[in-house]
Design a protein around this ligand. Sequence first.
Ligand code: NAP
Length: 283
Amino acid sequence: MYKIIDGKLVSQSVKDSVKAEVEVLKEKGVEVTLAVIIVGDDPASRVYVNNKKKACEYVGFRSLEYALPAQTSQEELMALVDELNAREDVNGILCQLPLPKHLDEKAVIEAISPKKDVDAFHAVNVGQIMIGDYDFLPCTPAGVMEMLSYYDIDVTGKNCVVIGRSNIVGKPMAMLLLHKNGTVTITHSRTVDLKNVTNKADILVAAIGKAKFVGEDMVKDGAVVIDVGMNRDENGKLCGDVDFDAVAPKCSYITPVPGGVGPMTIAVLMKNTLKACKLQKNL
Ligand code: NAP
């Protein structure tokens, strides 16, 4: 019988430990502040930003929102990032992606001070993750690692297969599994005979962006399956990259969608912002 990895439960425990530390900092007169920039009126981005604000409220952070119009110029956006970099009362800066097409996302990511880069997207932070000596971890892959650890799932020596090689999920996910001594294979759209590779996985992470892509024939008996995907099925219902009903009976552990990896991303963002504040204030 498979066990569900409950992202709501694990994310609550991460947020509660952040909240407890924030209370102690408040007693010392220290306030933690996250600045969130949103450009334009993409409805999905608005939902994500609202959820981040709610999480800030829960853990006791001050959150500052900068909602800029869709026609904001690159210069205006960069000026705001510069201003937030310079402000001592701002500990973390997050620019909600994607940005409108006329804006250069890469330039914005690189303009955010690595010390305030709580998404861990800046090249300095990415490089530190590669070396294994880091301050911040990217929120979604770090959230997956938190879930594995919460359920005492040991990665050492396991065959870990990651489907997807994006900079925000697939690549850092593989690196974090490697840091925990997994034997890691990264697969992508050019992988030949994907099923043959995924069928050897003790731990399979799907980060593809295709509804119910991973079927029962791609998963080994007893595997741990982590579904990062957030898609809509043919009826418009939220679903993952894994065909949950077909795959779950073969698994030892599996994450559902919704209620799996999704809530972890914001919980780790809170953890990173707290860490940024502590590092900046030498606490
Ligand atoms: P992405 O940048 O589009 O990357 C998708 C990856 O999947 C690419 O590396 C692509 O390979 C690979 N892929 C596509 N088709 C494939 C196939 N047929 N066989 C094998 N690999 C294939 O997406 P992403 O940003 O990593 O996001 C992936 C999913 O996770 C999306 O559903 C996204 O919404 C979700 N997500 C969730 C969270 C969360 O908080 N839960 C956070 C971030 C993302 P190529 O490189 O060869 O094109």
